[in-house]
Design a protein around this ligand. Structure first.
Ligand code: GUN
Length: 281
C-alpha cells in the first residue's frame, strides 16, 4: 500500500487564497490586519521562518513589520518593544520568534504580549482557554495538523490518536485539539516505555519530537494517518522529519512529507490568527 500524500503546500495555498479574499473585504470596511514579527539574534532557521511569515503576510494582504534585534538586546528592551506594539493600533498580532537568546527569559516576554494580540497562543490566558475549549487563537502548528488530518478524510471522533512529544508549542496543545474533536488521545514522550506498542495502535499518529527519522515503519499501524511535525537535518544535512518517510509511507494510509507538509500549514494558521486578531482587538 502506498499512502496518500497530505500536501501542506497545496492546502496552505488554498487557505491563504481564502484569507486574501477575506482581507480584501475587511479592508473595504476599514479593517487592516497587521502582524509584528520580532526576531532576536542570528539563528539561521528562525531567520528562514520569519522570512516565510513576512512573505505570507504580503500574499494575504496583511500589513507586516519586522523587528530584527541584535543578539545582545536586553530583556527590558524587548519588553519595551512588546509594550509599544501592544498599544499600536496598526498591529493586530505580535509574534516573538523562539528560541530567544539565553539571557532573556522566554516566559517573561511571552506573558507580556497582550492576549488579544497573541497570534501564537502562547500566553497563559490563551493556553488556559484552549484547555477549556473556548478560544480565539489556536496554536499555529497543532491547528495546521488538524487541517491536514481533515484533508486526509479521516474523522477524528472515536479514533486512537497518539502524539509523540509534549512541548508547550506542539505536543500539549495538539493533544487538546484532538481531544476537542473526540479523539482518544495518548501523549508519549522520552520516558515512555514500549513506545512502538502504543504507536502501533494509533489511527492518527502525530510525531513532534525533533529527532530525525525516529518513527519507523514497524511503529505505524497499517492505514494510519501519520503527521510529521519534525524539521531536522539528516546525516547528509538534508531536511527531514521525525518519520522515516520512505518506509512509513508504504504502511500508512495518509502521510505528510517534510518539507511541504506541516510547515506551510503553520504559516497559513498564523495568517488566520492574525486576521482573527484584527476582528477582536
Ligand atoms: N519557533 C518554533 N516554532 C515557533 C512558533 O510556532 N512560534 C514562534 N513564535 N516561534 C517558534
Amino acid at each position: 500500500m502506498t499512502a496518500k500524500i497530505l500536501d501542506g503546500k497545496m492546502v496552505s495555498a488554498r487557505i491563504k487564497n481564502e484569507l486574501a479574499e477575506e482581507v480584501k473585504q475587511l479592508k473595504e470596511k476599514g479593517v487592516q490586519p497587521g502582524l509584528a514579527v520580532i526576531i532576536v539574534g542570528n539563528d539561521p532557521a528562525s531567520r528562514v521562518y520569519v522570512n516565510n511569515k513576512k512573505k505570507a503576510c504580503a500574499e494575504v494582504g496583511i500589513y507586516s513589520e519586522e523587528y530584527a534585534l541584535p543578539e545582545e538586546t536586553t530583556q527590558q528592551e524587548l519588553l519595551d518593544l512588546v509594550e509599544k506594539l501592544n498599544k499600536d493600533n496598526r498591529i493586530s498580532g505580535i509574534l516573538v520568534q523562539l528560541p530567544l537568546p539565553k539571557h532573556i527569559e522566554e516566559k517573561t516576554v511571552l506573558y507580556a504580549i497582550d492576549p488579544k494580540k497573541d497570534v501564537d497562543a502562547f500566553h497563559p490566558v490563551n493556553v488556559g482557554r484552549i484547555m477549556i475549549g473556548d478560544f480565539d487563537f489556536v496554536p499555529c502548528t497543532p491547528a495546521g495538523v488538524m487541517e491536514l488530518i481533515k484533508e486526509s478524510g479521516i474523522e477524528v471522533s472515536g479514533k486512537n490518536c497518539v502524539v509523540i512529544g509534549r512541548s508547550n508549542i506542539v505536543g500539549k496543545p495538539q493533544a487538546m485539539l484532538l481531544l476537542h474533536q473526540n479523539g482518544t488521545v495518548t501523549v508519549c514522550h522520552s520516558k515512555t516505555q514500549n513506545l512502538s506498542e502504543i504507536t502501533k495502535k494509533a489511527d492518527i499518529l502525530v510525531a513532534a519530537v525533533g529527532k530525525a527519522k525516529m518513527v519507523t515503519a514497524d511503529m505505524v499501524k497499517p492505514g494510519a494517518v501519520v503527521i510529521d511535525v519534525g524539521m531536522n537535518r539528516d546525516e547528509n544535512g538534508k531536511l527531514c522529519g521525525d518519520v522515516k518517510f520512505d518506509e512509513a509511507s508504504e504502511i500508512a494510509g495518509a502521510i505528510t512529507p517534510v518539507p511541504g507538509g506541516v510547515g506551510p500549514m503553520t504559516i497559513a494558521m498564523l495568517m488566520r490568527n492574525t486576521v482573527k486578531a484584527a476582528l477582536i482587538s
